[in-house]
Design a protein around this ligand. Sequence first.
Ligand SMILES: NC(=O)c1ccc[n+]([C@@H]2O[C@H](COP(=O)([O-])OP(=O)(O)OC[C@H]3O[C@@H](n4cnc5c(N)ncnc54)[C@H](OP(=O)(O)O)[C@@H]3O)[C@@H](O)[C@H]2O)c1
Length: 240
Amino acid sequence: MKIQDKIALITGGTKGIGLGIAESMLEEGMKVAITGRSQDSIDKALSGFPENQRPNIIGVVADVTSMEDMQSAVGQTVNKWGQIDVVIANAGVGHFASIEDLTADQWKQTIDINLTGVFNTVKTSLDAIKKTEGYFITVASLAGTNFFAKGAAYNASKFGLVGFTQAMMLDLRQYGIKCSTIMPGSVSTHFNNNTPSDSGAWKIQPEDIGQMTIDLLKMHPRTLPSKIEVRPTMPPGSKK
Ligand SMILES: NC(=O)c1ccc[n+]([C@@H]2O[C@H](COP(=O)([O-])OP(=O)(O)OC[C@H]3O[C@@H](n4cnc5c(N)ncnc54)[C@H](OP(=O)(O)O)[C@@H]3O)[C@@H](O)[C@H]2O)c1
C-alpha cells in the first residue's frame, strides 16, 4: 500500500511531537486523526493546518486514561475513513521530583497517561490494526533506558513503556503487524511547561520525529527497527 493511502490515529496530536508527526503525515497525503484532552486544544491545532489539508485531518477529544474515550476515538476514525493503518501512542506528561517530594497524584498521573494510556490505546485499536496488518509506534524516551535523579515517576513510566512495546512487538509480528518504540532525547516542545523558542534550536525538532516516522512507514515490510534511540547531535557545550 502506498503511504498516501494510509490512515493514522495519533494520541496527543494537539502540540509537540504528535503535531509534528501529523504534519509530516499530511504532507505525504495520509489521513490523520489526532486526540487531545480538550476541544479548545483540538480546535487550535486544527486551525494551524492549511486549508487544502483540512479534509484529511480530524480531531477527537479523548483522554488516553479512559478506555471509553479511546474506544470512541478509534470508532470515529474508522467511521470517517474505514480503517486504521498506523497508531502513534504519543500522549505523555512529565513530573520531575525527588522521591522525597513526588506526590501520589503526580505518580498516578504519570503512570496512568504514559503507561496505562498506551495500553488503552493499543487494546482499543488492535482489531483495526490486525485487519490492515498495520503499525504501532509508541513514543517513549531516552528516559526509558537512562535513569536520573528526580526521574522516579517518569523513568518508571518510560522504562515500562519500552518493555511493553518490545513484548507486544514479539506478540504481534507473527501477524505482520509492526511495533516500534521511538526513544527521543530533548525535543523542542511544550513538554514540562517548556515554551519552544530559538534557544531550543539545538534540540530535536518535532518535524524530525515526523520525518523519522515517515521513514519507518516506508521501510520494507520484512524489516523492523523495533527500538530507536534518537538524540540531539550537538547538545549545549559541543565544540562546533
Ligand atoms: N519533549 C521532549 O524532550 C521529549 C523527549 C522524549 C520523549 N518525549 C515524549 O513525547 C511525547 C509527547 O510529548 P511532547 O514533548 O510533544 O509534549 P507536549 O508538547 O506537552 O505535548 C503533549 C501532548 O500530549 C497530549 N496529552 C497529554 N495528556 C494526555 C491525555 N491524558 N490524553 C490525551 N492526550 C494527552 C497533549 O494534548 P492536550 O494538552 O491537548 O490534552 C499534547 O498534545 C510524550 O510521551 C513525552 O514523554 C518528549
